[in-house]
Ligand binder design. Structure first.
Ligand SMILES: Nc1ncnc2c1ncn2[C@@H]1O[C@H](COP(=O)(O)OP(=O)(O)OP(=O)(O)O)[C@@H](O)[C@H]1O
Length: 325
């Protein structure tokens, strides 16, 4: 079976809230797949079902070839999880946190000791093996959780918001570890994130989730090309008080983004540019500056949902007080 994860028409309801609404996707073996969406989109609920912590209301989910409802034990043997909320013991050393986890998975003796040091070394925590975790920074804790999740050599690694709350430098470091895990261990990695740059940088394929539904999925490039290939910014002469939009065969959409600047979505900036100049001049508009770039995932999110991912994050939403089941 070349699919590590198969999700078919997954639904999860909490009383009258439909947290996951007819979601279907497949994750190939060895790929990094991301669920991108704002708070409350249903990402954590989905990851909890995939990792056997929650039962679906309906639909089918197969992880590492096993049904999560009928064979949860088989699934658990084959997965590693890093939760959004820290789950390491602050009163223990890094080594002891790893040791207990290893024992729970049936590892022992020299083999366990060797693996612990090897993985602590992988996340650059070997010098801190015997330090109490309560003195660790947020980034060190996350690294320790990642090392711990790899101890039993899972086939699939689940990461729920792996860099939430970390500073930009530490986030980049965590991305390096995630890419190294894929490269060195050939592992399938499934992650959730509300950071567009994280999804863009790390994931080979992304599903954009909102209000429990998958709005689109594909490679970051495929998602960006939903919007047209390039975005052109046209700055008009400052004397134009309210610039009209520029229409042309080559312009897919036009929006005024500031007093004197228009944002045009085009398939190809090089061929559209002369037409844009022609159209502007026929309207008596003077272009004083032009720049263009590829669309971002944020723009894709706006296109699909009608609002910014950042705005949606600010909407917040009800969060249950305890997120362990
Ligand atoms: N145990 C629960 N009881 C009731 N409602 C819940 C429960 N867990 C989640 N929800 C609701 O389900 C919806 C999806 O929540 P979920 O936590 O899966 O979203 P999310 O995309 O992971 O967001 P976040 O990044 O904030 O965790 C939200 O409306 C949330 O309030």
């Amino acid at each position: 079976m070349s699919e590590a994860i198969v999700v078919e028409n997954l639904v999860k309801k909490f009383k009258d809230i439909t947290a996951v609404d007819q979601v279907s996707f497949q994750v190939k073996q060895g790929e990094i797949y991301g669920l991108l969406g704002p708070n409350g989109a249903g990402k954590t609920t989905t990851i909890h079902i995939l990792t056997t912590l929650l039962r679906p209301t309906s639909g089918k989910v197969f992880v590492a070839g096993y049904d999560v409802v009928t064979s949860p034990g088989e699934v658990r043997k084959r997965i590693g999880i890093v939760f959004q909320d820290p789950s390491i013991d602050n009163q223990l050393t890094a080594y002891d946190n790893m040791y207990i986890h290893g024992r729970l998975y049936g590892l022992s003796g020299e083999e366990l000791k060797r693996k612990i040091y090897q993985l602590l070394d992988f996340v650059d925590l070997k010098p801190y093996a015997n330090k109490l975790v309560r003195y660790f920074s947020g980034g060190m804790r996350r690294r320790l959780e990642i090392a711990r999740s790899l101890l039993h050599e899972p086939d699939i690694l689940f990461l729920d918001e792996p860099t939430i709350g970390l500073d930009p430098q530490t986030r980049v470091k965590i991305w390096d570890y995630i890419m190294a895990i894929k490269k060195e261990h050939g592992m399938t990695i499934f992650l959730t994130t509300h950071y567009m740059d994280e999804a863009d940088q790390l994931c080979e394929r992304i599903a954009i989730m909102d209000h429990g539904q998958i709005k689109a999925q594909g490679t970051p490039e495929q998602l960006k090309s939903l919007l047209g290939n390039e975005i052109v910014y046209v700055k008009l002469d400052g004397n134009t008080t309210s610039p009209p939009c520029i229409e042309s065969d080559y312009v897919e959409s036009c929006k005024q983004v500031s007093r004197d600047t228009l944002q045009l979505v085009v398939k190809n900036a090089a061929t559209a540019m002369p037409r844009i100049f022609e159209a502007a001049s026929s309207k008596g508009l003077k272009i004083i500056e032009v720049s263009y770039r590829r669309p971002t995932l944020n723009e894709v999110f706006i296109y699909l949902t009608g609002r910014e991912l950042r705005d949606s994050l600010e909407e917040g939403g009800f969060r249950p007080p305890h997120r362990r089941w």
